[in-house]
Design a protein around this ligand. Structure first.
Ligand SMILES: [Fe+2]
Ligand SMILES: [Fe+2]
Length: 250
């Protein structure tokens, strides 16, 4: 068992290990749990016998942990679900944030996580699911990704002091919630179908983790690129006047 020491929760973590969950999956669930329970409370955390430097907010602690903890091998589905939990935590943090700079940083992190996640799914996981998963479900997943990319591009180009910024982040979170449900739904979800079809989730997990790491490094160095669509064909929208101006002109 990997020693994972968090104040007052050693028992829970031991139980989680005994059912074979990965270090990162547990770390993710643990941090989200703490943040939900204590809101913005700060807490000291030790991982693998090391104390994280100073008190940290839950999601900061998770990022730190991801750098510190040698990655336990996780299968493709565990890795993708872990990404889902992380981004859910970031959306919750955004909703509670009040200061513009905090909102801006969280929005940037949400866009980065989602960009990398959609890329590794589209490049590696979804192609492997072809013939293993219902075609309609897979096609809808590509379209849902592209829908999210439109909002990601809007958010990246915007700032928290703009009128619709918060609404764009909120709608993105709702779209992602629906999409994650379609992927994780028991029995007929995309992941369940992939597992049932006997996909080599261990080998795919390694590929996803490597690609994710490479993309994170690249984006850290050269910034986040404009999202690339897979199903949307780039139809140009006509931009109307803002609602108030349109009403005034009537
Ligand atoms: Fe996903
Ligand atoms: Fe997806």
């Amino acid at each position: 068992m990997v020693p994972f020491i968090g104040r007052g929760i050693v028992g829970d973590i031991s139980d989680s290990f005994s059912i074979g969950r990965s270090v990162r999956e547990i770390a993710s669930a643990y941090c989200i749990g703490l943040r939900n329970r204590f809101g913005k409370a700060e807490f000291p955390l030790r991982v693998v016998g090391r104390r994280l430097p100073g008190p940290a907010r839950a999601h900061d602690a998770l990022s730190q942990m991801e750098r510190d903890v040698p990655h336990a091998k996780s299968d493709a589905i565990a890795l993708l679900k872990e990404d889902h939990r992380k981004v859910e935590g970031l959306f919750e943090a955004f909703e509670k944030a009040r200061k513009a700079d905090r909102k801006s940083a969280l929005a940037q992190e949400i866009c980065t996580e989602l960009t990398v996640h959609t890329m590794i799914e589209e490049e590696i996981f979804y192609p492997a699911c072809k013939d293993a998963v219902e075609e309609d479900l897979l096609n809808e997943a590509y379209v849902e990704h592209d829908g999210a990319k439109v909002l990601i591009a809007e958010i990246l180009a915007g700032s928290p002091d703009e009128e619709f910024f918060d609404a764009k982040v909120k709608v993105l979170s709702e779209q992602i919630k629906h999409h994650v449900h379609e992927e994780e739904k028991r029995a007929e979800g995309l992941f369940a179908q992939a597992r049932a079809a006997g996909l080599d989730v261990a080998a795919l997990g390694e590929k996803l983790a490597q690609r994710k790491q490479a993309l994170m490094t690249e984006f850290k160095k050269s910034g986040l690129p404009m999202p690339e669509t897979r199903s949307f064909t780039g139809s140009k929208l006509k931009q109307g006047a803002p609602l108030e101006a349109a009403r005034a002109a009537e």
